[in-house]
Every structure is written in C-alpha cells, then in structure tokens.
Design a protein around this ligand. Structure first.
Ligand code: PLP
Length: 337
C-alpha cells in the first residue's frame, strides 16, 4: 500500500487478545502505538490541523503552537513537518527527553515550562505561556487540544468507529482520560451506535478532571491539573481512579507475561479493568484502549531506580496480586472476527 504522507498510515484495526491476562476477563487491547508518531494522538493531530486549515486559520508557512505532555507534540511535529508549518511545542518536566528529541528531529521548537500551577501540575502554566506568546504574535495558531471539538471528533470518526466496525459485541470499553478527547469521542460514538456498551472512564489518582483532589503525578498522558473544556461530566456514567504505582506494576506485568511493553496510560487502563473485574460477568467482551507503547518510558516506568524512588520497591515487581486474589472461572478465548 502506498501512502502520500506518514500521517495517513493510521492503523485503526490492531487488537491484541489478552484473554485471561486479568483473571476471567475476555479482554482485547486496541493498540494505538503502531500509528505514525507512535500513538493515538496522531488522529487528534490530523483532526486539529485539518480543522484549522478548513477554518482558514492556518495558511502555507503558518506557525502552530500547542501544549502537550508528549504524544500530541510528537504527532503535531510530524504533521507540521509534512505540511510545511513551523511548530512550537510547550512541554513540562514530566515530558521525557526521548519525546523532546523526537519533536526536535521533526524540526519543532520545544519550550519547557517548569513553574507548577495552583494544583501542583503544569497544565495551567503551559497554557498561560501560550497566551503570552499569542499576545506577542497574533499570527500564531493554537489548535488548543483541551477546548477544540475537533479533538473528540477525530476519535468519534476514527477510534470509536474503528472499534465498532470490528463487529464485536462489546460489553465494556475502558478509555483513559487526558484531554478527554478519546473518551468524549468514544462516549458519543457508542451512545449513537452501540448504546448497550458501557464506556468506563479511567483517570489517575491526583488528576482533577473528575472533581478529585489534586496530587503530584509523574506519568504523562492521563490526568490533568485543570479540567479540559471539551470534558462534559454529564456524559460519564462510570469512572475508575487508579494510583500510578498500580499502573507501573501493570505495565511491567504486561511486558513480562505477554511480551509487549506498553505506555503508562495503558497500565492505568489495565489496572482499571482489574479493579472492576469482579463486577464483569463471565464471557462479557471487554475492550481497552492502549494509547502508546513502552519505548518512551524506558527511563521511567521500566527503570527500577526511577520507580523505586517514586513508588517504593513493591512497584518494581510486576503486579500479579490482582489476578491471584480474585479466582474466577477461566473463559475460553473467543475469535475476534
Ligand atoms: C500516552 C497517552 N495516553 C492517553 C492520553 C489521553 O488521551 P486524550 O488526550 O484523548 O484524553 C494521551 C494524551 O496525550 C497520551 O499521550
């Protein structure tokens, strides 16, 4: 298959059968890490830039600025390079050196904001920085992934539609919440096209999105220190909050037992499935979205010293306690087709 540009190579039909990875749960993991730029955020990046172009905000040679903890920044860097735009990405100290190096490889300018906001995170500080830059240079184009309906629309039209297109009879869909673009897009699509599916929102302890108290967080991707404008709490019926240490253990267990190193938000979503597993009826079909792979986290989640210093020695051991504590009848793996 020949593509005209890297960002067209979206792989929306890749699922890994994780039956019984969590005892008794008939689980499929939708892998987004094989998309160009390595994550689910390629779909948001294309949607946001298409929207800015369609609205006449972005013209040839234009300059885009965006706040990102990593993956959207990498994806926007790639699309901006291919479409001939300048790009400035505003990151924070939680963004990995690897992610920053990738953005720079695509020609982006990277600015790191290290002032914590009132909730102990960096999101408001990053956005304040963008407002200052926009005041200085009104020609800058800020797609604003936190407020732009083009973000959830990309997941309505692509991520969620691709899951339903598989023809699986899905009982539960577990989706992590960062900007909530993926979550809000999936909630809307499943409400319109598969209302029997329960969409379970997953967030990190310490995130304020769902009205919980702020606390320090280390893993980029999920969670916010400021509620995103695109988030509508009225649409959410089910929520699981996961401590970061549990997410780390889950990532390590997935790598050790199934040979796939996933990113931190995938560990969070899998830990949420485990937390809910006792309520999931035997034979129910569960899908979870894995936004990226583990390569970006080798010096954090997969580094023993980094993990021990933040979460204690227990977190370095792959998490198998959950499965052992909840014995359930084994469900035979089912065909996905
Ligand atoms: C690794 C990872 N997981 C999850 C998310 C959350 O996705 P969304 O912003 O659509 O809520 C992001 C967003 O950047 C991410 O990079």
């Amino acid at each position: 298959m020949i593509y005209q540009s890297a960002h067209e190579m979206i792989l929306d039909d890749v699922f890994l059968d994780l039956s019984d990875f969590i005892s008794g749960v008939n689980l499929l993991l939708k892998l987004e890490g094989f998309n160009p730029a390595g994550s689910i955020k390629m779909k948001a990046a294309v949607g946001l830039l298409d929207d800015a172009e369609d609205r006449g905000l972005l013209r040839p040679g234009g300059h885009v600025i965006e706040s990102s903890s990593g993956n959207l920044g990498i994806a926007l860097s790639s699309v901006c390079a291919a479409r001939g735009y300048r790009f400035t990405c505003v990151v924070d100290p939680n963004t990995s050196a690897h992610s920053i190096a990738l953005m720079r490889a695509y020609g982006a300018q990277v600015v790191s904001v290290d002032q914590r906001d009132g909730n102990g995170g960096f999101l408001q500080s990053r956005i304040d920085y963008i407002h200052r830059r926009l005041a200085e240079d009104p020609a800058l184009v800020w797609p604003n992934q936190y407020a732009n309906p083009a973000n959830p629309r990309a997941h309505y039209e692509r991520t969620a539609a691709a899951i339903v297109k598989q023809g699986l009879d899905i009982d539960y869909l577990f989706v992590g919440a960062g900007t909530t673009g993926t979550l809000m897009g999936c909630v809307a699509y499943f409400r319109d096209n598969s209302p029997r599916t329960k969409v379970i929102a997953v967030d990190t302890v310490g995130s304020v999105t769902f009205g919980n108290p702020p606390a320090r967080r280390y893993i980029p991707g999920l969670g916010t220190s400021r509620r995103p404008e695109i988030f509508d709490p009225e649409q959410i019926e089910h929520l699981v909050m996961v401590p970061e240490a549990e997410a780390v253990r889950m990532c390590r267990r997935l790598a050790a037992e199934r040979g796939i190193a996933a990113g931190g938000s995938t560990g969070t979503v899998l830990a949420a499935v485990e937390r809910r597993s006792a309520e999931i009826p035997s034979g129910a079909r569960v899908v979870a979205i894995a936004p990226d792979l583990g390569d970006r986290y080798l010096s954090t989640i997969y580094d023993d010293t980094w993990v021990r210093e933040r979460f204690g020695a227990d977190a370095t051991a792959p998490d198998s306690a959950g499965a052992a504590q909840r014995p359930r009848p084994r469900v035979p793996a089912q065909s996905c087709r």
